[in-house]
Write a protein that binds this ligand. Sequence first.
Ligand code: TXA
Ligand code: MG
Length: 336
Amino acid sequence: MKPIFADDAAIKRATKLLQQGRLVAFPTETVYGLGADASNPAAINRIFKAKGRPTDHPLIVHILNMESLNDWALNVPESAKKLAAHFWPGPLALVLNKKPDVPFEVTGGQNTIALRIPDHPVALELLRAFDGGIAAPSANRFCRISPTLASHVEEELGDSVDMILDGGACGVGVESTIVDLSGDTPRLLRPGHITQQQIEAVLQKKIIVVDNSKPSKQSNNSEVRVPGMMALHYAPETIAVLCPGELLTNIIRTLNIQNKKIGLLAYQFNPSENRRMHLLCMPEQSDDYAKTLYTSLRDLDSQQLDIILIEQPPQTEAWKAINDRLFKATINYSGQ
Ligand code: TXA
Ligand code: MG
């Protein structure tokens, strides 16, 4: 499916398709989403089929405004109202108790639902025209790199999507921060552009950070699903390894002796010998790095390399979301 520039006529057509239970990929400020009518179980099932994603993985429902929260969530807590007022529209998804009439297809069988108002003019225009919730996971095949350009969606999903709205490159570049407010204490399920500290500052209390760095075994219906808990998530097809900068010289030397075709996603490292290497130098600021991360990984993945080396960026709060995605894109689980 060729992407279509998201003008008024395209958004009108996209709205019709959503009403007919079809799939429309659209830009958000984080990554492109694969959208369907969140109140239509048949449409939701199409999402799982197109992505090749197990049906017990819950989806995020995108809404237009704060009032719509009550269409999907039951007894919205004060903490949710505070965070929503502060960060929406924006890259934050809130997990709340779902209303009984919300289809279980969209929540992967759980009693909670993830909701967010995206901060992108095309997404908001589509939500306004459609006048309902749009369920949208990232518009990539299951466990692969999220798309940040319309052309990435085309590469990922081909004709299994009915329309791709092109709204240019996504400004944030990594998926939303997810906070679970369905229990007594708020829990950070997925780090993103909005940080733990920012959330704690608004709530004026500490939140629990869920460690989702360990790969899950099999999906288990009795277990609440935590984002990105598969062995390799957000991953390129080429083997990718996350390396501390100080080890790179030796690793590259060894790979060169073995005649391996190397890709390097460099942060500050400057290889002395790079003739046979596909080198991408990443920005030094975390926001700029995040914006180009997935495009860069896709670029390296398309070069028919033997291995992609990724220089470990700083391990500070500002880099949390990036490190989380890099960790899941690489083989580094205790060296396995
Ligand atoms: O930035 C984003 O959030 C993008 C754009 C398109 O909005 N969407 C996105 O969706 O990243 P997806 O499906 O790729 O990731 C959503 C994650 C899933 O991994 C799922 O585990 C988690 O949200 N999630 C959804 N509903 C949940 C729930 N009720 N409880 C716990 N986790 C939930
Ligand atoms: Mg995803």
